[in-house]
Design a protein around this ligand. Structure first.
Ligand code: NA7
Length: 545
């Protein structure tokens, strides 16, 4: 006979579940999470909607899809061997190469044996009696797990526009996120594309020379800046390999975990001539230099931001031949960098081509999609193909699409109705043993750099619990309140948080997602890590067990 204390211990450590941990998603974060949890000796299963690994880099097969982070800052850093072995071909890798990389990682670490593909998780229900999660797949299959870790990405819930007649189109059409694996033959076709975000920019500049005629339907122009991509030579790759420790150290010290960090000077401290020279230099810098390495007040001071916007507008005017068209391509409702800037290679020059037309849907709104094409208030245009580059229900959208119910069957979607509330972007009160990689209010920056950190922190806290035989852990209400208040306070005064974009959780096609909210931790990733590291060092004092 066991005494009461021992029996209680038994009850707390009794696994009784099919898995110790389930990971949802086999993208960048999910693959590494599986690797780390398996390292702990746990029974782990990953469920993945797609038929193969890659997440973002599995789904987004549209023409021209590629990184906007330097390839050699985006790869995993946890394995020296992997860093040594992998050869990046371009400074900003194209989707096929990145997908190959993630497949290489899955093979190298033998990850596939614990991944169940073609398995969309549709519901997750917390069971207090067994202190475990019941997971439901679209197929109807059910599984149980002690810990549930989401690795569902921030841009994975794609959204189609709510345009009347959308189902009636008789030609081919698809969302860029659901581009067919076998590709779409666009040669010589009449193509219409809706949207002018980063995805549309990459698509437009890639297909403009292939298609017969391209019509771009623009609602909001973005500040689009040069990517300045190039191939990586064998010698360059050798040099990059030798510098990985420095590159990774640099990424650890910048707010966005890029190699680019802000210039400490304030915009108006610098003479107009020096400012112009500095911005010209940034314009020629590969990647996010213009956005991340600009003057330190560029995204907080309105005057500074207006000057940066003036420079960017001049660049558009220089590149687009037709001055009326150039004005249409210059954003008027948001300042430079207040939305994540799409990076381009020849985007503006596309509008100088005879076979490309821009339709400003503010002047001539889209009325409906017809069997033959798109009807705006002034005319109907006929298309063979319509491309929807209409973006995502970002950050919380992928969570909303799973019926996640915590204690007392409370729905996560309802808890977050007025905006996310989390502890460190990782825990949610009332959702025990539920942990999010790259959740809302976490440090969202150069994805792999920040996901790796998140995954390692989550692994450590799961190890902490399992070592102590704790079958239940949850953020306290105080922890959630303090973190949420902290994130909201940090987000005040950031111009990015005032503007509607996926980064502020806005999607005009999704009910309840019309107004900007603070969705990200904006104190910079070094500060985020410092905070999370301190929590771990103190033994997770604000978790309840
Ligand atoms: P985005 O940046 O959210 O862009 C979506 C685009 O689609 C944007 O231009 C929208 O205009 C446009 N949109 C959506 N619905 C409509 C309708 N009904 N009519 C006209 N235009 C519409 O998503 P992306 O996929 O381009 O990029 C997401 C991130 O992926 C990017 O930042 C990179 O980090 C990678 P709006 O601006 O809402 O007026």
């Amino acid at each position: 006979m066991k005494n009461g204390q021992a029996a209680r211990e038994d009850e707390r450590t009794c696994t009784g579940t099919e898995f110790d941990a389930v990971v949802i998603g086999a993208g960048v974060a999910g693959l590494y999470q599986l690797y780390k949890l398996r390292e702990l000796g746990l029974r782990v299963r990953t469920f993945e909607t797609g038929s193969a690994v890659g997440g973002t880099w599995y789904w987004n097969r549209y023409p021209g899809a590629r990184f906007d982070s330097e390839s050699w800052t985006y790869g995993y850093s946890f394995s020296k061997e992997l860093l040594e072995e992998w050869t990046w071909e371009e400074h900003f890798s194209a989707q096929p190469h990145t997908e190959r990389y993630l497949n290489y990682v899955a093979d190298k670490f033998d990850l596939r044996r614990d991944i169940q593909f073609n398995s969309r998780v549709v519901a997750a229900l917390w069971r207090e009696d067994t202190r475990s999660w019941d997971i439901m797949l679209e197929s109807g299959a059910r599984h149980s797990t002690r810990f549930l870790v989401t690795a569902i990405g921030v841009l994975s819930a794609s959204v189609m526009p709510t345009i009347p007649g959308i189902e009636s189109f008789a030609g081919q059409s698809c969302h860029t996120h659901r581009w067919p694996k076998e590709g779409l033959d666009l040669a010589g076709k009449r193509v219409g594309i809706i949207g002018t975000g980063a995805t549309a920019v990459q698509t437009i500049q890639t297909i403009a020379d292939i298609v017969g005629h391209l019509t771009v339907f623009q609602r909001t122009p973005n500040w689009v800046f040069p990517l300045n991509n190039s191939k990586i030579t064998k010698e360059e790759m050798q040099d990059i390999r030798s510098r990985y420790p420095d590159i990774l150290a640099r990424c650890r010290e910048t707010p966005g975990c890029y190699v680019h960090g802000p210039d400490p000077r304030k915009t108006l401290e610098v003479s107009p001539e020096d400012r112009e020279a500095f911005w010209e230099k940034l314009y020629r810098t590969p990647g996010f230099g213009q956005w991340q390495a600009n003057f330190s007040d560029m995204l907080t001071d309105r005057t500074a931001n207006a000057l940066a916007s003036d420079f960017a507008a001049r660049k558009i005017r220089e590149r687009v031949n037709d001055p009326i068209l150039a004005e249409k391509l210059i954003p008027k409702n948001h300042g430079f960098g207040t939305r994540r800037i799409p990076l381009e290679s020849g985007y503006y020059e596309v509008y100088n081509q005879q076979n490309v037309q821009l339709v400003d849907v503010n002047e001539t709104p889209i009325e409906r999609i017809t069997p033959h094409g798109i009807r705006t208030s002034d005319c109907e245009r006929e298309f063979d193909v319509i491309i929807f580059a209409t973006g995502f229900d970002a950050i919380t959208g992928a969570f909303d699409r799973i019926d996640i119910r915590g204690v007392n069957a409370v729905r996560l979607k309802e808890v977050w109705e007025d905006g996310p509330q989390t502890y460190l972007g990782i825990f949610v009160e009332g959702f025990p043993n539920f942990l999010m990689t790259m959740g809302p209010h976490a440090g969202l920056s150069n994805y792999t750099r920040t996901a790796e950190y998140n995954v390692e922190w989550i692994t450590d806290v799961i190890q902490f619990a399992t070592k102590r035989g704790l079958s239940r852990m949850e953020a306290t209400p105080l922890a959630v309140k303090e973190w949420t208040d902290h994130v909201l306070a940090l987000g005040q005064g950031q111009l990015m948080n005032e503007v509607g974009s996926w980064m502020t959780g806005v999607n005009r096609n999704v009910e309840g997602k019309q107004k900007p909210r603070i969705m990200r931790y904006s104190g910079g990733h070094p500060a985020y890590r410092e905070y999370c590291n301190a929590v771990a060092a103190e033994g997770y004092p604000k978790l309840a067990y």
